[in-house]
Write a protein that binds this ligand. Structure first.
Ligand SMILES: C[S@@+](CC[C@H](N)C(=O)[O-])C[C@H]1O[C@@H](n2cnc3c(N)ncnc32)[C@H](O)[C@@H]1O
Length: 290
């Protein structure tokens, strides 16, 4: 089965329109590999026929978009962000929110939930008695959100970054899978959210993990998402991006604050106050008005 150039162009355009993800020429093999099982299941004679079906049928379109999102994730991915979470962001927020004793955290583009549950495990360990935390886990993929809600992981997934002590503490074996405890699941609520579209009503977040998703978007989309994420982040809150993602090449009205091996991002109050805020917060690095 081969994917014709016109089918590739059509599915790439659809994916871009629906998810903002870019599939550039050269990625035909990837698209074909991901759509082939769906084409077979739908009884199509080849991937081209399946693409034609996807273009006219909303249900198949949803399945194709799910298949084309890249869901790579792991527990405590890259470690350093989680270290910064417990050593920098959480202590700062415990001080700043002492009056409400409530933290609200966003795992944006959460995939199968390892990021949200890694944060839940750290909160379970470090949140003082009398505090509560709400983790909102969002993704464009409905099948990923279903996985977060189920909270079950294969042995292969468990082996990707989860310390044995935390496995023993928070998971029970169910058949060939491991299920996360109800306590941690109750901390995490799932919502469908397309980062590239208008956001639904959201709470104001103290900490946002927006990791390993901006890499799939073009510059304007990244800039727009960062602007809108800022609008739902508390003025004294934090944003964390993936280790290969940066805001250095764009005007985003976030400033960078080094914390160990990671760069935290803090919102700048208003579009015109960028340079003033950056100076006031020296020695942090201004990202705006590059
Ligand atoms: C590579 S995973 C990153 C998971 C996790 N944040 C991490 O760092 O391990 C990227 C996730 O972004 C989601 N995604 C892709 N396009 C999206 C969009 N437009 N809106 C929201 N989520 C999107 C995918 O479904 C996938 O679950």
């Amino acid at each position: 089965m081969t994917l014709s150039p016109s089918s590739f162009a059509a599915i790439a355009a659809l994916t871009r329109r629906e998810t903002a993800m870019l599939y550039e020429p050269g990625k035909e093999y990837l698209v074909e590999a991901r759509l082939l099982p769906l084409a077979r299941a739908a009884g199509c004679e080849d991937v081209d026929a399946y693409v034609a079906l996807v273009l006219r049928d909303r249900v198949h379109q949803q399945a194709a978009m799910d298949a084309l999102t890249i869901n790579e994730t792991s527990w405590f991915r890259d470690n350093a962000p989680y270290q910064a979470f417990t050593e920098v962001m959480l202590p700062a927020m415990l001080q700043a929110r002492a009056h409400t004793r409530q933290l609200t955290i966003w795992s944006a583009a959460c995939s199968s939930g390892q990021e949200a549950y890694s944060l839940a495990m750290l909160l379970d360990q470090h949140l003082p008695a009398g505090w509560s935390a709400r983790i909102v886990a969002t993704d464009i993929s409905t099948s990923m959100l279903e996985r977060v809600r189920t909270g079950r992981y294969s042995m292969v997934e468990m082996n990707r970054g989860l310390p044995a002590t935390l496995l023993v503490k928070h998971f029970t074996r169910v058949g060939s899978e491991w299920e996360i405890s109800a306590d941690l699941r109750s901390m995490v609520e799932t919502r469908h959210l397309n980062l590239a579209g208008p956001f639904p009503a959201l709470p104001t977040f103290d900490i946002v993990f927006l990791r390993n998703v901006l890499i799939y978007f073009d510059l304007d989309t990244k800039r727009d998402i960062l602007r809108r994420v800022r609008s739902v982040t508390s003025p004294d809150g934090y944003l964390l991006l993936g280790s290969t993602e940066t805001t250095l090449d764009m005007e985003t009205h976030w400033i960078r604050e080094p914390a160990g091996r990671v760069q935290l991002h803090r919102p700048i109050a208003g579009p015109t106050s960028a340079s003033a805020t950056a100076v006031a917060r020296a020695p942090q690095t201004a990202l705006t008005g590059a």
